[in-house]
Ligand binder design. Sequence first.
Ligand code: FES
Ligand code: FES
Length: 1012
Amino acid sequence: MKISLNINNSVFEIRVKPEASLLGVLRGLGYYGTKHGCETGECGACTVLLDGKPVNACVMLALQAEGHRIQTIEALGEHPEKGWKASEGLHPLQQAFVESGAIQCGYCTPAQILAARELLDRNPSPSEAEVREALSGVLCRCTGYIKPVQAVLRAAAVLRGEQVEPLAGVGPILAPPEWVPDKGGGKPGREESFSSPAIVSPDETITRKRVMPRIAMAQQAETYASVGKPEPKVDAIKLVQGKPAFTADFEIRNLLVAKVLHSPLAHARIKRIDASRARQLPGVAAVLTWQDVPRVVYSTAGQSHPIPGPLDTFSLDRKVRFVGDRVAFVAAETEEIANQALELIEVEYEALPELFDPARAMQPEAPILHDEPEFVNFADSDPKRNLAAQIHIDIGDVEKGFAAADYIFEDDYEVSKVQQVHIEPHVVVTYWDEDDRLVIRSSTQVPFHARRILAPVLGLPVKRIRVIKPRIGGGFGSKQEVLTEDVAAHLTIATGRPVIYEFTREEEFIASRSRHPMHIHMKTGVKQDGTLTANAMRVLTDTGAYGCHALTVTGNTGHKSMALYVGDGPFRKSPNIQFIADIVYTNHPPAGAYRGYGVPQGYWALDRHMEKIARKLGLDPLEFRLKNALRAGELHPFSTAWSEGREPSPETIETCGLEACASQGRAVIGWDEKFGNPEWHQVAGKSHLRRGIGAALVMQGTAIPYLDMGGASIKMNDDGSFNLLIGATDLGTGSDTVLGQMAAEVLGVPLEDMIVYSSDTDFTPFDVGAYASSTTYVSGAAATRAAQQAAERVRQRAAKMLNESAGVSLEAGVQAQDIRLADRKAFAPDGRFVTMQDIAYNSLHVSDQEQIMGVASYMSPVSPPPFAAQFAEVRVDVETGQVVVDKLLMVLDSGVIVNPLTAAGQVEGGMTQALGYAVCEEMRYDERGRARERDLTDYHIFRADEMPELETIFIETFEPSHPFGVKAVAEIPMDGVAPAVANAVLDACGVQIDENPVIPEKVWRALKKEMA
Ligand code: FES
Ligand code: FES
């Protein structure tokens, strides 16, 4: 039918099907700022304004919009530089989102801005609570909502004509010199000792109106010009405008839509499959079953060669191993036809016995999931016992340690299966280019690994494949898997046509990856004074139907949690630690990588256990932990025992700010006034409520030693700007920005002169991709090295120019090594200078012409751990078991903070994801293995109006193994929230919750049991 749509004051006469959604029509017309995150009106990514009111375009029919005024993000603002044509610049909301660091992946940003616009149109002076309510319809998985809220308040002030303090170029809030005990010997400071740049708003609500985190700077970082500055993200301007930056924002002729038939059974053999009726359906271009694609065994885990896990997966197999497993691929002219075709595929299954209980997996009578002859073992995997991986690590002798203990504490813990819930689903577009090379445009964290893994699966050499990674709308480990690329690529090979395959939200729940659920047994020996004598962890991990990341995720559960506590006194020098794990197959959907990579599971058990021990022995929980915790100068206890299935190598901890983190956090949250104070635990006038406070200490790693590698190249342009090409994958974390800052620091130019591009396997150097908290450290060191090479050429050229203009020889004149680069200039010691632009012109056009550039890579021999203290305050309703988290405070030693704004955003977003893990998120299955949670209604993630107060404090140390002293920040916020919340619940009402998440039912049952 023909309809007329008024979009951003332009009228379109178009033909649509009656069932066409407004979202599909808008995107079809090129309004790519309207995003797809679900199909059911739950995520808000598709928000547009209809007659000024926000609506979800995915659940609105296009014809319902006829006669109304539609506004999309494209109606707002433009880039401030538009050549000879004057630019109106960005809208104040867009500007505020850029300046306030409110954007991480930016996938939800257009929708947030439109929702905020509607609010400010009707209420120019909203309170913070009103802003949060307005944003509550747009889910964000990256930010923790603090900075978007602050951006809206800031824009409101600008729109009211008020003066707002400029943020660009403003540094972080510095701690006074005496604040950190080991810098000045002073006492820990209190929050009142800081002044915060104010954002104008009429009333105070739960979050301080402060964009910058607090930071205690490392002295070595105090002279940097770009490193340490809260620079806006290099991709921010395009993201606030909703430019077509993501994988699906792509136009190409003859594009086919792919769909996958998923298994309804958890374990079955395909006896017969007949796709003939589907193939005959008009508009269907191809249907592929296991009979049509090459049988190549591989692993979907995007890891370095050799992948440290079994090869147990086929693109299509004659056996299915979980509800949601692949049965057939379809490519059709439209999504509707592809869906119809799925229904016409006839499949006869032979049901096989199912296995859902991981404890049964290794029993002799258990059904075997992987009986295929092509299965390739890795290390101790054994498909005949459903064993995807096995780990046994002994450090010292735990039996001796137990014998030396006064007390033995043993307990069991469970951690749940949870989903990454990036708002942009997995999506890929594949096509043959003009050279008949296969182009894979994918929302992937691992473009180079994806290319290597896909080559044999597709029957193409690596050189015939190009993987392009556009902007990514979040990944959190889930996009470290090769899950969709082979589907679209097989269909492009079959049809010769471009194909798009995008997961629905339901597919994200039933066919994607998740965090590994685990059963964890702890046994710990302790002396009366709190000295740990031995610590043992035994883990049973359910990897689901495939063993992707099976070995490495669970290995990290031990490696990065059990390493934190070595004991004290003689035990500190020779700790007794044991870590044993069985990682088993079941007929649940496969688990995989999820931010934290096994470590949040470890800390749930370890830190809950530490809390119990401290309380049983009557010790201060923080002092007890610190007494036994790893310190600077000590050997990482696991470094000689395990390295993700490779040869381990001893590593000494160079920097550890854990004690400072704990003491500052203790002071800022007011631990001593609250912990053990019965008065504070009461809530005035509410006898059914109890307050509680809890803490957890955590550490992570920074990259995988002797394995993670990043490359970078840099070249100078005519105007003295630089192109920085990196293989590193910015999935919304801001890594393009911080890598650009490091290169800019070396070259003495502002970040705006650094044009950063990532990543394309044809053009950017190799990088392992975004995982293991490696990008700032490893890829950052590569970018720094490449910039140092270019800087060396710049200095040589500057010396030559200065000496020529002074009429002196190179030998007699200024030497290259004495030239200092700063403020877009190269300075001689006597103050004379040449500009970067002069140097660029001279080198490209004037004499001894050359391209000034640098190419470098970096592989780290160490993995310096970041450390953190996590605090939580809760209120528990002792009548219903309801837990409300009031505040989360994280104090981190992540080395030098390159960009306080993006780093704080990482911590806030990480704590928010971890909060879901703590109190509400869980994937459950019925007795036939069918997922109960299939959408964002049943699987709840936190909204803007549900958030507790979040606060981040950085205690910088200077990590000597990195040129700018950095350590990782991205994953550690996932580790401590859940145990700190459970410890706070214990503090509030005396109940132990050993299975996460801490839902009201569990608390209520525990309270009842306690009372009985
Ligand atoms: S609410 Fe429309 S895409 Fe999710
Ligand atoms: S920035 Fe909101 S979903 Fe990524």
